[in-house]
Design a protein around this ligand. Sequence first.
Ligand SMILES: [Zn+2]
Length: 382
Amino acid sequence: MTEARSHVFWTDRFYDYDFGPHHPFTERSRGLAARLLEAQVAEAPPGAVGWTRTVKVADRPTLETFHRADYLEFVESASGLAKQVALDQGDTPSFPGCYEAAARIVEGAVDALEFTLEHHIPAFHPGGGLHHAHPNRASGFCIFNDVAIAVARAVQKGLRVSYLDIDAHHGDGVMYGFYDSGRVLDIDFHQDGRTLFPGTGFPYEVGRGDGAGLKANLPFPPGAGDEALLPMFRRVVPTLLRQFRPDVIVLQHGVDGHIGDEIAHLQYSPRAYAEVDREVLALAKELTGGRLLVTGGGGYRAESVSRVLARTGLVLAGLPIPADHDPLPAPWRKEFATAFGHEAPATWGDRHAPSPSPWTEADEKALLGQLETKLGEKLPEP
Ligand SMILES: [Zn+2]
């Protein structure tokens, strides 16, 4: 058995993070991703992927590295109630045991971070990426901000972190949480905040104090897809990361930018996600000695979330990606159908074809120009 090339953190206890059957967020689709990755890895040479299947509940000092004590007490008391109460002004209710469930997802991110720092291979936490929670409040289905707490842990160790976020929504909890930090380079690709929650993440938001010039926001209009994401990613990410020289890269890998998502309106393809994964993996090898944490995130169409995150797990392990026409395993399809009450997709390929995109070369030039001006950096063609 050779040393694994990547490591996955998944426990079915993540299913405890459950807002009920009528809520759009479910860990079921992340669990189905882990299951599909597992089935696919079973076909590969042994030892390609390591697994951690037990994750404890994060302790109070860990949560307090990002969250305020009074907020933690509020969640803990709501968690003990039989009835649901609102944890924010919007769509994030409490449920019995929500404190422990959310704190377990935090521990998954922290364990995965520690793992990649120690072993220098990618760590994958598909159940995490709850990037909207703020120090003093829940937001956007996120009770505790696992990914911000992982970033805080790295910063506490004196490390420099590059946080990348490809979720369709702006990663506001993380960006504002480290807005002043000179140790966190934050690059966030998302649907324009004028058209989608949480309404933030504009190119003029570039950080403050020690963090000035270290927060880059790339908003795309509804309908934008691979033709926006991939060129901008290649133009901005390698340049800024090579200048910043991170010790570790954290990628929030939300899948709600996928074509056909139930909440957001971007049109990324599975191919684009795999391209981003390969680029980030290559940058980790080049810049951080392989230290890379990848989390899940948003994603409200189980067919996309499960297959895309499973594919991400394969890319991180350096395993081949199945072809679009390759069939999905029958036992997995059965589990999918049971979880969601509708038939699973039959193959790895997605049936959605993109509609015409509003994104033009002029838009690309304009956004690059804004970023160069606001960040005070040149972003040359690769
Ligand atoms: Zn999202």
